[in-house]
Design a protein around this ligand. Structure first.
Ligand SMILES: [Zn+2]
Length: 214
């Protein structure tokens, strides 16, 4: 099951991706409000095995320290994420938040195409696919089994991520979307950091993507 939890002032979508059989799962992009997320975890009696980050912007990572200290679980991000999660200028927290935010604990920096597998059910997994452009560490987490992808700020319902922040590049983002997201099956549900869900098929044929997809 996938449960969306809207957190923070902007707001950001944090997602729980939970295996129905074992009630274990992953938490993606805990941007703010650790207490709210912990309350839900406790109430639903889930065991969260890992925190997964689509990129290191402050509005996707600000609850990580509190969650990691309570749950004692590992955090994963694309290997370029080191530049963001440990640097309050790069991750935007000083500019937008007025407070420096960095992840204090250990972070696992992983390669493109890494699989993240649930320890209690090997069939329940996500694949990290690098989609640079919004940031250099941008990634999506794709579930073939559930036809879903957690896409962070790479693409939204009817729009795409901004590219004017550190490490952003418009051409790179367009290429990432064309080559890495629009090549997923049309029915794939895209779950973004800041919009309602959409699908590959719905976004592929927007006017600004009016070209053939390779
Ligand atoms: Zn972002």
């Amino acid at each position: 099951m996938i449960i969306t939890c809207e957190v923070g002032p902007f707001p950001t979508n944090a997602y729980f991706y939970i295996d129905d059989e074992t009630q274990h799962g992953f938490l993606i992009d805990p941007g703010y409000e650790a207490e709210k997320l912990l309350y839900l975890i406790d109430k639903r009696q889930w065991t969260i095995e890992k925190i997964l980050l689509t990129h290191g912007h402050f509005d996707h990572i600000s609850a990580v320290n509190d969650l990691q200290s309570k749950l004692k679980i590992p955090v994963y991000i694309h290997k370029n994420g080191r530049d963001y999660v440990k640097d309050a200028k790069m991750n935007g927290s000083i500019i937008f938040f007025g407070l420096p935010v960095v992840i204090d604990g250990e972070v696992n920096y992983i390669d493109d195409n890494s699989e993240i597998v649930l320890s209690t059910n090997k069939d329940f997994k996500l694949k990290l696919i690098a989609v640079p452009g919004h940031t250099t560490d941008g990634a999506i987490y794709y579930s073939q089994r559930d036809n879903a992808a957690f896409v962070g700020d790479s693409i939204f319902h009817k729009s795409i991520g901004r590219t004017d922040l550190p490490g952003g590049n418009y051409e790179t983002l367009i290429n990432s979307i064309k080559q890495k997201i629009f090549t997923l099956p049309n029915e794939t549900i895209l779950l973004s950091g800041h919009s309602e869900p959409t699908t590959v098929e719905d976004e592929k044929f927007r006017p600004w993507f009016n070209y053939s997809v390779n």
